[in-house]
Design a protein around this ligand. Sequence first.
Ligand code: SF4
Length: 331
Amino acid sequence: MNREKPIVLSGVQPTGQLHLGNYEGALRNWVSLQDDYRMYLCVVDWHSLTSDFNDVKGLQDRIFQTMLDFLCSGLDPEKVSIFVQSDVKEHAELHLLFSMITPTPWLERVPSYKEKADLLGLDSYGFLGYPLLQAADILLYKADYVPVGKDQLPHIELTREVARRFNNLYGDVFPEPDGLLSKFPLIPGTDGRKMSKSYNNDIKLADSPGETAKKLKKMITDPKKIYKGDPGRPEICPVFAMHEVYTITRNVNKISETCKSGDLGCVDCKTNLAENMNTSFNNLRNKRKELEKNRDYVLNVLERGAAEAREKAAATMSEVRKSMKLVRSYG
Ligand code: SF4
């Protein structure tokens, strides 16, 4: 692997089978970055415990399912180090050391902290420290960039502040990473809200063509278009938003016109979308099925990724310990 390329770190929670929102919003982007950046892709199992600490029974299977989605989407283990966070213990060590130098209000003011704490009723020490563990994940690899959505920029800002504070206290060790903002289509869920596993409105990469069609059949449309002849409003219809991603432009325009004129009914429109989506995901799904039979290969990818990650992490921690005078030398 070429070590001269800018370093990118990305993390994903092992939520199990990933959905099309994850695919369009993250996986596709990672695949497009893997040739130009030195990428570390971390399955953040420790992070998942901040909210799922009482649901660990299926954790290993969720990691495996997440891996299947990574690999069938085209992430190449020859180009990207894919690993599980808890396989690289240095994440915990750096998190601990950062916790010594980070004022608590820095963590309390991260916008998602208050929102999520209220929403999920979470008040653990680990939950408050989540953004700091994230800072450790990023800085351990001296990442230059972190692919993020706009809402995650405050987390990167905290990481930059922690890096600055560490460097001021102990000497220059860490770069200040930048967010790598990328444009991606927002994929609506079947109820029209953002696609999310927790809303139970998602279509998974692993879903069969039949399951996909069934879910699309239930998808909400323009509520004013009840019968085929009724004029519709594609601009507010989530099915149309999906067509814009999975249907060729020429046909999208035709769908828009015939929806508005009433010539196109929602049933046909959804059948058409299901066909296009199933064609788009056919190869990926076949690859996923093959990988599922090859558990050893998948586990091997994780082992190899962890070994590569540990090499980089060990080098960084050696610098950190030296700069913090945590190395004994009485000579
Ligand atoms: S015809 Fe298609 S785009 Fe128009 S409202 Fe129905 S599902 Fe939506």
